[in-house]
Design a binder for this molecule. Structure first.
Ligand SMILES: Cc1ncc(COP(=O)(O)O)c(C=O)c1O
Length: 448
């Protein structure tokens, strides 16, 4: 164990490995042992580690200028990054606000939604509420926790923020309505309308959701009708639709953005993580042109800002990352290899603790259960996800675990989401290590 006399780590109880080097899909510890980065860090190292093109672009920018305050200076590299982003965003989502992380991107979207209605309808606008969903995560700042619904992450902090309403997610494996798809008629999507009507549409500014739920439920992909229904309801009630694409964006699901899988154009996309491939802290809020025009022709500025808005070194990383993705057709590759990963993971359903295999593209997840028939989760004290993660680590595989999705307390799941540069053979190796780890975990967790 390291002694943390100065640094406050993510956890004092974790025996951290030393990350000494990265190359492609591998992270090497200090002894030179390679680990498959099976979750791309936290679904951000989409172009793998040690990418020369990105390193060179960032170095060149550092040699030109490292920083010029965004209130007075514009660096061409920042305009270039915005143009690169606008080339892959859906519909008329063409205006880009650059920040340093996902939480900042979501905070920006919440504040932008409010300002948009004030600029459009006047300061008397009563629209400010952002509806979210249970079992969701949109960031760790107070504003983002108010719209997020992940109990393990928000429970102790809830007195600190103003609560916003939540609807149930499309969690078919544990449907809140006791229904089965498709006879349910996708009630969970239609609940948005009920919720807007109850609150009063004149108070509702936006609805926020992840196209595929990431860390909180483990690659939970929606029924096909879900996003088109949500889009239609938001349009009908003059409510902005915010897609949190912080995990799903930049090719993770086999398309540029998760919403592209259902041909839906939201009003705002929040992105982060893989925008810079993990080479520099980044976030972005991308809005439909008419929304940006409202501010442009109104007050003339977004009443919000950070020192690192449009950081030039980050911008260089973003442009180089997106160019690399384009030149190597990584979105298309993620779709093809994602199907292969999904098929290989389906076979893991034979394991007695694998309750469900889900996901889309190179964003896959497994829910662990004590009893496959009843779907009973493990007791939280058994730390099932943690044990599985440990078994994976000892086999040179990094996965992304999460807990609490079943009822806010119990439930274990993990995601498998390797860099988009992974090859077919490497996927086979990843799944074979995962298979071994799951077998070992089942032996530990299930009474013989
Ligand atoms: C869906 C989603 N939204 C927001 C965030 C917050 O991003 P960040 O950690 O960069 O602040 C995350 C982080 O994992 C996320 O997964």
């Amino acid at each position: 164990m390291h002694d943390f006399n100065y640094l406050i780590p993510r956890s004092y109880r974790t025996d951290f490995k030393v990350a000494s080097r990265g190359e492609g899909i591998y992270i090497f510890d200090e002894k030179g042992t390679p680990y498959i980065d099976g979750c791309s860090g936290a679904l951000l190292s989409n172009i793998g580690h040690g990418n020369r093109a990105v390193i060179d672009a960032m170095t060149r920018q550092l040699e030109n200028i490292e920083f010029a305050h965004p209130s007075r200076w514009m660096c061409p590299v920042v305009l270039e990054a915005a143009e690169e982003i606008a080339a892959i965003t859906p519909g008329d989502i063409k205006n880009v606000w650059l920040v340093s992380g996902g939480s900042e991107a979501v905070e920006s979207a919440i504040k932008f939604s409010r300002q948009y209605f004030v600029e459009r309808d006047g300061v008397q606008s009563s629209k400010y509420i952002v509806i979210g969903r249970w079992n969701s995560y949109h960031g760790s700042t107070l504003g983002t926790m108010a719209v997020g619904g992940s109990m393990p992450r928000r429970r102790i902090f809830s007195p600190l923020f103003k609560e916003f309403p939540k609807i149930q997610p499309h969690y078919c494996y544990r449907c809140s309505y006791g229904q089965t798809y498709p006879s349910c008629g996708v009630m969970c999507a239609r609940e948005l309308e009920t919720s807007i009507k109850r609150i009063g549409p004149q108070y509702v500014a936006a609805f926020i959701a992840e196209p595929v739920v990431g860390s909180t439920v483990g690659a939970l992909n929606p029924p096909t009708e879900y996003w088109p229904i949500i889009r239609e309801i938001c349009t009908r009630y003059d409510v902005l639709l915010i897609a949190d694409e912080i995990m799903t964006g930049i090719g993770r699901t086999g398309k540029a953005f998760g919403v592209d899988n259902w041909g839906v154009v939201p009003d705002i996309i929040c992105s982060a993580k893989a925008m810079s491939g993990g080479y520099s802290p980044v976030g972005g809020m991308f809005v439909r042109k008419p929304l940006a025009e409202t501010l442009k022709n109104g007050s003339g500025s977004f009443t919000h800002g950070h020192t690192y808005n449009g950081n030039p070194v980050t911008a260089a990383a973003v442009s180089a990352t997106l160019r690399f993705i384009r030149e190597n057709n990584l979105f298309e590759k993620a779709a093809i290899l994602g199907s292969h990963l999904g098929n290989r993971m389906e076979a893991l359903l034979e394991n007695p603790i694998v309750g469900e295999v889900r996901g889309i593209g190179l964003m896959r997840g497994i829910e662990l259960v004590r009893d496959k028939k009843t779907r009973e989760p493990f007791e939280p004290s058994m730390k099932a996800a943690q044990k599985l993660t440990q078994e994976c680590m000892t086999r040179g595989l990094v996965v992304y675990p999460g807990t609490g999705q079943a009822d806010g307390i119990s439930g274990d799941q993990f995601m498998v989401a390797p860099p988009l540069v992974i090859e077919r053979g490497e996927i086979d190796e990843l799944v074979s290590r995962l298979d071994e780890a799951l077998k070992a975990t089942a032996k530990i967790l299930l009474p013989q």
